[in-house]
Design a protein around this ligand. Sequence first.
Ligand SMILES: [Zn+2]
Length: 324
Amino acid sequence: MGARKRSSIDTSASSESQMTFSRFLQLFPDNDACLDYLKAKFFPDGSECPKCEKVTKFHRVKHRSAYACQYCRHQVYPTAGTIFHKTTTSLQLWFWAIFLLSSTRCGISAKQLEREIGVSYPTAHRMFKQIRSLLGDDDEGPLRGQVEVDETLYGGKPRAKHRAAWAGMDRSQRRQAASRFAANKTTVFGMIERGGRVRARVVDNRTRDVLQEQMVTHILPESMIYTDEWSAYRTVGEKFAGHKRVRHKAHVYVDGDASTNLIEGFFGLLKNGIRGVYHSVSTTYLQDYLNEYAFRFNRRDGREPLFWAILDRVQKRPPGLAGS
Ligand SMILES: [Zn+2]
């Protein structure tokens, strides 16, 4: 009986384009349904028992969050090694938190989660931290094609008034003023494929070595790179198939197909989102937020509903790396 119900969850995962709250409650009415989902994911019928190595089915063990091999009774735990491992918060609340995170357009704060599902603020904060830890992009392969890159300071780039003040200084004064300005801010580096994916990283600074190392790590060498005139990008052409620069200083924002409008647009969304939902984000967590925004942005066509995309990322991590 349970198996039939689980398989219906699986088929809906691929066919369901909308994930409404009533659909959520229908699929995950209680903890057992959530546990069954994870069991079907990690120990599906017809998988091999880790103990007796027979092709088997695992049946639920009463009053435990475990399932037992039908031949040798070896017990497996679907939540072990996942972000739900050893949690005292109910599994259904976790799934609900994922639902809320995925059903809002710009995200949801831990404060809102606290109110919505009735857990304490520290618990809500911890849950989101764990869920966000699933949203990294490292396994998705390097960017390719036409790739725009740009860097921004979290807390603002130098504005016209700063540049005007710096213009009256000599070279070394100007350098000092610029580094004072940047000292309290965090540099975010963004890379975006035209018509494709985005990736954003918190980096130490906006020097050539740091930015180009990011590019070499995240972008295939046969790509065409678009940047602004920042000097750190001067030698980019040596590492990639081509390099076009936008001359912002001359107020030329689009020079043929040389523009960085897409990545600037992403930075705009990011900053508005953080301001609107989270008010501010400590530097410690900024990379997690960047990952969340990139994850949303990369699924903006809605072909893969965010809820299932996040659940899909729940994995059993090696001991030691499991969520704390
Ligand atoms: Zn067995």
